[in-house]
Every structure is written in structure tokens, then in C-alpha cells.
Design a protein around this ligand. Structure first.
Ligand code: GRF
Length: 271
């Protein structure tokens, strides 16, 4: 029996140009994706992706992260926040400062921004929160709000073949390392840096005449395909999670056409 298709409510978080957002909007408009982008949220008011969203008639919001993170001297008191900051520090894996006072202050500021973010998102009842070039760290406070009862509901597109090259500069790092193949990854988001369960990956060749901009262009074309395909698999119920106790959760794609999808990505990588 064919899997039933569910139309997904997506909130997309961006920080910049929003070409991945555009690719998702285009596929929805073309009837290729059973989903609706119900809102777009940016951490900065000048992100061009907000214009793309507005052109598509999607509500937009800005959470002023810079104000939250740089706010002086009104760092929110720990008691005024919706989560125990000490406990958050014990489980978080993103802030690496050895100075606990610095980590706690940063966490308080991040939680302040995330409180606003959750407040906005809740009004839209998203099935999935899709990070598409969102350049902010998310704390377990935000993530546990969506990753509940064994469900993973925050997705990210990363411009490298994880677990290689986590962080902000996937294309630069791939090129500088001298890799002969680069890749892109769509994954669920956990408490670490680009370390959550991998949903799909695609690779592209790095040619001797390439530079970073050339591989970015090649990789981005794959990002658009793979992110949309992952959303399609989710809407079809074809993303299963094996999360047995003590083992790293792993994704299994149950699409019978999976090998053909992978082949089509490989062909695209050579265009
Ligand atoms: C993409 O390369 C994505 O992988 C990374 O940030 C970039 C966002 O590009 N996380 P855009 O804003 O979608 O054009």
C-alpha cells in the first residue's frame, strides 16, 4: 500500500540570501512538494530571504539576535528565564568557553532570543522547523521544545559532507583541505554542532580548475534538490529513525526509489 502524503507546515529560519528557501517555495508552487511554508523568521532584518518570502505571500518575522546577544547591561536575570540555565549548561554542547560565567551569560542571552523565537513559532504550529542558512546556535531549550517524544522536528542543510567540516564554512573548508569530492548534508538538529542524525547526503567532484565559488555553486544546486527531497520523504512518512538505547540514532529512508534518487543527484553533480 502506498504511504499516505501529509502536507507539512514548515517554518523556515534564515539569516541571509535565502536561495534554499526559494528552492522550497518554488517546488511547493510547482506542486512538487506537499508542504506549506507558514512563516519565515530571520535573525536580521536585512536578510534578502525575507523579501523572497514576502513575494511568495509568506508571513515574515525578525528576532533581533544582535540586540539580545549584545544587550548591555541588562542581561536577563536567570530567574526571569523559562529554563534552568545551570541545567542547560550541563547538557549543552555548543558553547566551548572554559569560563562558566561566560557560558552562563551567553546562554541567558541565547535563551532570551529563543524565548521570542518560540513565541513566534508557536502561533504557526509547525510540523518542522527548517534551518536554511540560519547562522545562530540553538540551545537545548529551543531544541527540546521541538524534539520531543522521540520525534526530531528541526532540520538543517549543511554545506559539507558531515561529519567532516562542521561549522560555518563548509565550502571553504572542503576546498582548503584539498578534497577531491565535496558534499552536502541534510540532518536533524541535536545539541551538538552539526552532529544530529543524517537524513541525506549528496556529493560533487572538485576539479583541478575549481575555486571556492565554483564548488559553492555546484554544491548549492545539490542543496536545493536534497533539502526538497528530504521534506518530500518526511511528508510521505518515508523517514524512519532507529534510536535503540545507547546507540546513535540513525535514519533509514524507506523510499523504494531511493537508489534512483541518489543516482539523479550524482548525475546532477556532473552537470
Ligand atoms: C547554504 O550553503 C547552507 O548550506 C548554509 O548556508 C547557506 C545558505 O544559503 N547553511 P541561502 O541563504 O539558502 O542562499
Amino acid at each position: 500500500m502506498a504511504d499516505s502524503i501529509r502536507s507539512l507546515r514548515l517554518v523556515v529560519l534564515i539569516s541571509g540570501g535565502g536561495t534554499n528557501l526559494q528552492a522550497i517555495l518554488d517546488r511547493i508552487a510547482a506542486g512538487e512538494l506537499s508542504a506549506e511554508v507558514v512563516a519565515v523568521v530571520s535573525d536580521r532584518a536585512d536578510a534578502y530571504g525575507l523579501v523572497r518570502a514576502q513575494k511568495a505571500g509568506v508571513p515574515v518575522h525578525v528576532v533581533d539576535y544582535a540586540a539580545c546577544l549584545e544587550l548591555e547591561p541588562e542581561i536577563p536575570a536567570a530567574e526571569s528565564l523559562p529554563v534552568d540555565i545551570g541545567e542547560l549548561d550541563r547538557i549543552q554542547k555548543i558553547l566551548k568557553s572554559p569560563d562558566p560565567a561566560k557560558r552562563l551569560e551567553r546562554l541567558r542571552r541565547l535563551v532570551l532570543a529563543e524565548q521570542e523565537l518560540i513565541g513566534i513559532l508557536e502561533g504557526y504550529r509547525p510540523d518542522y522547523v527548517c534551518l536554511a542558512g540560519f547562522m545562530r546556535l540553538l540551545t537545548p531549550y529551543f531544541l527540546h521544545h521541538y524534539n520531543r517524544r522521540g520525534e526530531w522536528r528541526v532540520l538543517n542543510i549543511h554545506p559539507a559532507l558531515l561529519p567532516a567540516f562542521p561549522g560555518e564554512h563548509g565550502y571553504e573548508d572542503t576546498f582548503a583541505y584539498g578534497c577531491k569530492w565535496g558534499g552536502i548534508t541534510v540532518h536533524f538538529v541535536d545539541e551538538g554542532e552539526d552532529s544530529g542524525p543524517i537524513i541525506a547526503q549528496a556529493v560533487y567532484p572538485v576539479w583541478p580548475s575549481d575555486d571556492v565559488e565554483k564548488i559553492r555553486k555546484r554544491g548549492l544546486q545539490l542543496e536545493y534538490e536534497v533539502y526538497a527531497q528530504c521534506i518530500a520523504w518526511l511528508s510521505l512518512g518515508q523517514v524512519k529513525l532507529d534510536q535503540r538505547d545507547g546507540k546513535r540514532p540513525c535514519v533509514l529512508i524507506t523510499d523504494p526509489d531511493y537508489p534512483d534518487v541518489l543516482k539523479s543527484w550524482l548525475r546532477k553533480a556532473f552537470l
